[in-house]
Structures are given as C-alpha cells and as structure tokens.
Design a protein around this ligand. Structure first.
Ligand code: PLP
Length: 323
C-alpha cells in the first residue's frame, strides 16, 4: 500500500508508542493527586507541555492547554474568546477554513455577532484588501481566525501580516495551525497570534489529543465546566498517556522537520512533474511555491475525483478528494 493521505491522519511513530506505554502500565496516577502516584504523572505531563511549547516557540509552557483534538482547540479558541468579550464580536475568517472553524464562527453569528468571510483567489491566496476593509469597519471587537496552512491545497497564509493587521485594530487573532505544526517552522514569537490550535494525529501522535496555545493575558472562558484542570480552562482529568505521546511527537518533529520536509518536497515535486507530463488536462491547484512541503492537490480534466480515488485504492494507493 502507498499511503498518500497524511493530511487526514498520520501513523503513530514507534517512539511515541514507546513513550506512552508506561503511562498505561505503571504511571497511571491522577496528575491532580498530591501523593507520589499523582506527582509522578504530573511531572511527565509538565515535561510534555514544555516540549509542545518548544516546538511552537512559546516562552512559557503554561500557555499550552491540552485538548482532545484540533476541533476542540478551534472551538475553545473561538467560543471561549468570544464569551470573554464584553460585546458580540465581528468574526472575520476565510472561505477556506476547516469546518471546525467555520461551524463555531457560524454559531457566533447566530448568537449575535457579525460574520465576514474573506475570499481567496485562484491560487488560494487571501484577499488582504478585503481583510483590511473588514478590520477597518471598527464597530465591534474583532475576533479573527485564519489558518496557517490549508489542509487541501497546502497553501500557506501570511499569518504574520494578518496578525499585525488584526492587532492594529486591537482584535484577537486565532490561527488553526493543525496542518502547519510539525511540517513548517511555527514560532509564536515571530507571529502575533493570541491563540493557536494544533492536533496530535497530524504529526505522528495518536488521534484524540490536541493543544491550544493561549498567549499570556488572553481572556478565554472554558467550554467544559467542572474541575480546575488546565488552569481552569478545561475541566476533566487529563489524558496523560496521550499528552506524553504528543510531547514525544513534538520532540521528534523538532529533530526531523527540516530533513523530512526536504525529502517530502522532493518526492511531491517529482510526482507532480510526472503526472503533469503524462496526464493531459492535469493541473496543480494552489500556489506552487507557497505550499506545505508534503501537499499536492491536482485536478484531472473530465475525471470525477471520487471515482479516481476508488480506482487508485484498488491498486493500493490511498489518496483523498478533500476534507
Ligand atoms: N483544522 C484543520 C486545518 C484540519 O485539517 C483538521 C483535520 O483534518 C482539523 C482542524 C481538525 O482536527 P482534529 O481531527 O484533530 O479534530
């Protein structure tokens, strides 16, 4: 089998499995417990938090809160930040976000906020003039959400420029970096983001673990009420084995990202070259230069995507037609 669907999910790295196992077998204490069992697991959870923080350049590990997935991180960021504002926000996002951003944005509109979707052009680039105009309206606190990199085309948004624009209007900026973290250098010191989502299963940790970066000073109400875990931002006993797995995956990404990205880009470019040379009417979608190194999105004239996907699966090649 040839697996070409790593933006849907990745295999769990053997090193990640190995790091997680002791937390099923021996270190099963509740990290909130004050005795030895609890302290031991808490220490490992703190180390994992430091590793996640290091991968995205967060200066303080307490800015990382663990969640169950990228979708939860996006929902917490948008709904939690909106509910901490005094007035309903002007929510600004793009037309090409993942549904885990689009759906909470639609909910915020239903709850009294205003919602603007910014278009992208044929190459997948955001209409920055339309964004400037939306931000300048200035009638409500801006809550903006723009993805770091697109899950279908791989096109990278100019998040630093977007963040500066949003901050110039004293707005809040969330970025869905689920597809970028582990594939591209992501540094919250160089990009003015207030909130950033990531997901374990996109970078060789298991499904069911994610994280949200919350810049110190950002007001965020919890979605899940109850205990005081995660600095009272998310009630519920932490999933320690998966948190440890995410920490190990982030550590591996730091060590391997540069080499992996170069290899994947070489393979991707070779595949595209071959396909474009041999398939009449094939086109690569999205800016060919400004893309994730692992992603290609190709249209084939007169061919229905799903039919092609099923035919490829028959010969052992796993692909995707979109999210
Ligand atoms: N955001 C983007 C850009 C994604 O590609 C995905 C998953 O495909 C998600 C959010 C949701 O992440 P999760 O599957 O961890 O909920």
């Amino acid at each position: 089998m040839v697996y070409l669907d790593n933006n849907a999910t990745t295999a769990v790295a053997p090193e990640v499995v190995e790091a997680m196992l002791p937390f099923f077998e021996t270190h099963w204490g509740n990290p909130s417990s004050l005795h030895t069992f609890g302290n031991r697991t808490k220490r490992h959870m703190d180390t994992a938090r430091e590793k996640v923080a290091a991968l995205i350049g967060a200066s303080d590990p307490s800015e990382i809160m663990f969640t169950s997935c990228g979708s939860e991180s996006n929902n917490t960021a948008l709904r939690g930040a909106a509910s901490a504002l005094r007035n309903p926000p002007h929510v600004i996002t793009s037309q090409v976000e993942h549904s885990a951003v689009l759906a909470p944005c639609a909910l915020l509109e239903k709850e009294g906020g205003r919602l603007t979707h910014i278009a992208v052009n044929g190459e997948g680039h955001l209409d920055l003039d339309a964004l400037k105009a939306a931000v300048a309206e200035g009638d409500a606190p801006v809550l903006a959400s723009f993805m770091w990199a697109n899950n279908e085309t791989g096109v990278v948004f100019p998040v630093a420029e977007i963040g500066e624009l949003i901050h110039s209007a004293e707005g809040l900026f969330h970025t869905d970096a689920v597809q970028a973290v582990g594939k591209l250098p992501v540094d919250v010191q160089n990009v003015p983001v207030d909130l950033l989502s990531l997901s374990g299963h996109k970078l060789h940790a298991p499904k069911g673990i994610g994280a949200l970066y919350v810049r110190r000073g950002t007001r965020l109400n919890p979605l899940m009420l109850g205990g005081h875990q995660e600095r009272a931002r998310r009630a519920g006993t932490e999933n320690v084995p998966y948190i440890v797995g995410l920490g190990r995956a982030c550590e591996l990404a730091m060590q391997r990202m540069e080499e992996d990205a170069a290899r994947e880009q070489r393979l991707r470019d070779r595949l595209e070259c071959g396909l474009l040379a041999t398939c009449k009417g094939a086109t690569v979608n999205g800016d060919p230069a400004d893309r994730l190194p692992n992603t290609t999105n190709i249209s084939f004239e007169h061919l229905e995507g799903e039919a092609l996907l099923l035919m490829l699966d028959d010969v052992g090649i796993c692909t995707s037609t979109g999210a």
